[in-house]
Design a binder for this molecule. Sequence first.
Ligand SMILES: Nc1nc2c(c(=O)[nH]1)N[C@H]1C(S)=C(S)[C@@H](COP(=O)(O)O)O[C@H]1N2
Ligand SMILES: [Mo]
Length: 262
Amino acid sequence: MQQANHKKNKPELTVQQKINRRNFISFTTFFVVGGALFGGWKWLYHAPEETPGITAGASKPLRRALNKTELFFRRIFSNNHPVKTYPKRMAAKQVRVNGDIGIDDKGFNPQTWQLAVIKSQKETLQLSLDEIRALPKSDLVFDFKCVEGWDQIQHWAGVKFSDFIAHYGLQDQARMQYVGMATPNEEYYVGLDMASALHPQTLLAYEMNEQPLRPEHGAPLRLIIPVKYGIKNLKRIGTISFSNERPPDYWAEQGYDYYSGL
Ligand SMILES: Nc1nc2c(c(=O)[nH]1)N[C@H]1C(S)=C(S)[C@@H](COP(=O)(O)O)O[C@H]1N2
Ligand SMILES: [Mo]
């Protein structure tokens, strides 16, 4: 009776045979997949490095993958998705300090500082902090994330970059693909895709915890761009420029992802 359910010409496998067969399948799969992964890893490991330029320090196939993900994310990136915000009372009182590249020079004078906005090869705006403080002010309490693995809820205030663009009539510049920012001594610099720069939570910040920025946090003016990792949040902005090519970026030259989006 039992035999009737099975095809006549296929003898039933014993339990031991079934076990042997499964063992064979799992071990073969393990070695074939493992071998492919090992081969792939060896190929990646020995792949040539990219030619140093705007980005450097990564292997060619890895950089190709990073550039592809950047294009993918830039296509789906939407300015309508705000990052999560928090009530003010949750903001850290002891705000972490990380990185002092370009802001450690003793000769810097915050009193005579001005922001240079390079509109074109012929025209540069020079703006004082008072002029920037006179623009509409926005607050932001969000979870700041550093690529080194820490994050902290922080409270910043300043003018939205998009409001700044509108106020100074920089719409033509904002149609370009990238924004570049650098410290006054040009030792630290970042490149940002325009959509992220114009995101409604991106700030040119001059206050932290309702107090003027302290030097170690980037006084007189710093970038707060919550859709990016900390590395892009340049402290002490000296110049802002616009271009259709990727502007130089300090950490991209050290091998980090150019886009560095969250
Ligand atoms: N000029 C300048 N800006 C900088 C850095 C730096 O070294 N120099 N470090 C970046 C990094 S890696 C992080 S995580 C944040 C840290 O900002 P904070 O010191 O205010 O916490 O600043 C970013 N902006
Ligand atoms: Mo960082």
